[in-house]
Design a protein around this ligand. Structure first.
Ligand SMILES: NC(=O)c1ccc[n+]([C@@H]2O[C@H](COP(=O)([O-])OP(=O)(O)OC[C@H]3O[C@@H](n4cnc5c(N)ncnc54)[C@H](O)[C@@H]3O)[C@@H](O)[C@H]2O)c1
Length: 409
């Protein structure tokens, strides 16, 4: 049944905002009506994309996020800006929202919720002050391959043989696209913060019985290792310096380009489950290495997100320009290459946006909120502390609220 669409304003007009906007061609009952970004030019470029693909005929570029949050043609905000701007942006939304006649219907925020647990709690407190429904954007929980395989495995396997006990998730690529990810104070952390947030949460969700609340699995121990395998080497540090025109000095001032973590989870009846996750910015392959496994007593699941069933081949005579038109984080243009036909749907953005649009229009509760983003941060901070101190950390330790990975590395 058709209804008034949810009118979305995007904060941030970069890589991920564009991915979300592309996914909206597959989402009913919404349109893009605004974009604010660090510069008006970048907001205008993203508005142009929304118009061009037919998901934002009346979209407008805003000079400020507060102004966009106050605009009566904007019902909800999707925050897709860099990690250091979370609190500033939430305060701008609060300022704009105070001027509205009708309240905002929702705020979605990209992973990670913030740079530290303390900052994540501040972000959540501002949302609570505004009194608005929230959504934590973790696309993997909406990726069709994972949604479908989790449903089948629990229905056919776990119901007869017992629950799954081990989840593995890996997300590895050759390093992020913008300078700020490599600037410790802006990003807040390296690959652990940037990518393990996906893997830890996806593993937890795979281990969780469908329909059961988050609290049905309690994380009780985290052990982790962070390392620099590639980008601190002088030749690669120099590459980064050149690529980002001197803004990045990874040899002297870095976070981590590799991380692994093991989380021990306890069920309500005392069973112990494990998740094993790895994240890397030092992996070179055709595109991403992006895998999931779920293992139980009489069954197992394997998902390779990089395998969409399509491969193309270009001989050495085909020397095209470098790009990411075949697959995200593409590393080559020749030889046999994977091709993902519909990345916004495949990685879960379409499903995720469909879910939050419906929830903010009043059809059901958001499946993931800022509370979930806070819980993910708790595990990530425990992982940083574990790596820095070489010991197992209890993520329930209240001291993690003050944990600062950058000063403890
Ligand atoms: N879900 C995913 O898989 C995924 C993938 C990539 C990025 N992300 C997350 O999305 C966020 C953005 O990453 P990106 O890859 O798009 O980065 P990007 O560098 O491509 O874009 C960042 C955008 O933020 C804007 N910005 C910076 N400061 C701002 C401010 N104060 N107000 C408004 N806009 C501001 C910039 O103008 C730019 O448009 C990050 O938090 C990142 O972790 C998530």
């Amino acid at each position: 049944m058709s209804q008034q669409p949810l009118r979305i304003g995007f904060v941030g007009g970069g890589f991920i905002a564009r991915f979300h906007i592309q996914s909206l061609v597959e989402v009913r009952d919404c349109e893009v009506t605004g974009v604010s970004s660090r510069t008006l030019v970048s907001a205008e470029e993203t508005v142009a994309l929304a118009r061009e693909i037919g998901v934002g005929a009346s979209a407008k570029a805003f000079d400020s996020t507060a102004e966009m949050a106050a605009d009566p043609n904007v019902d909800a905000l999707w925050i897709c800006a860099r990690n250091d701007t979370r609190v500033e942006i939430m305060n701008a939304i609060k300022e704009g929202s105070a001027k509205r006649e009708t309240p905002l219907k929702g705020i979605c925020l990209e992973k990670p919720l913030a740079r530290t647990l303390k900052e994540a709690l501040e972000v959540k407190a501002i949302a609570d002050d505004i009194g608005v429904p929230t959504g934590y954007l973790e696309d993997m929980l909406f990726a069709p391959s994972l949604v479908r395989s989790k449903e089948v495995l629990w229905r056919r396997g776990a119901s007869l043989a017992g629950r799954p006990y081990l989840a593995r998730a890996a997300e590895e690529h050759a390093g992020p696209h913008s300078a700020w990810f490599w600037q410790p104070e802006i990003a807040g952390g390296g690959v652990l913060l940037d990518m393990m947030c996906h893997s830890v949460e996806a593993a937890r969700w795979l281990l969780t019985e469908p329909g059961a609340p988050r609290q049905s699995l309690i994380p009780i121990e985290v052990s982790a290792t962070c390392e620099n395998l590639k980008w601190t080497q002088p030749v690669y540090a120099k590459q980064l310096q050149d690529r980002f025109e001197g803004q990045v000095d990874w040899e002297k001032h870095h976070t981590e380009d590799f991380a692994r973590a093991t989380v021990k989870w306890q069920t309500e009846d005392g069973q112990i489950l494990l998740s094993e996750t790895t994240s890397s910015w030092s992996y070179v392959g055709a595109g991403l290495r992006h895998t999931f496994q779920l293992l139980g007593p009489e069954y197992s699941l394997d998902v390779d997100m990089a395998e969409a069933g399509v491969k193309v081949f270009f001989s050495r005579e085909v020397k095209g320009a470098a790009g990411e038109d075949l697959v995200e984080k593409q590393n080559a243009e020749q030889g046999q290459m994977p091709l993902v036909p519909n990345e916004p749907a495949h990685y879960g953005y379409a499903g995720e946006n469909r879910h939050f649009v419906n929830a903010f229009l009043g059809h059901g509760k958001p499946q993931l909120t800022f509370d979930d983003g806070v819980e993910v941060m708790r595990i990530l901070m425990a992982a940083y502390q574990s790596s820095a101190e070489g010991r197992v950390i209890d993520p329930r330790d209240p001291g993690l609220i003050d944990y600062q990975p950058l000063t403890s590395a």
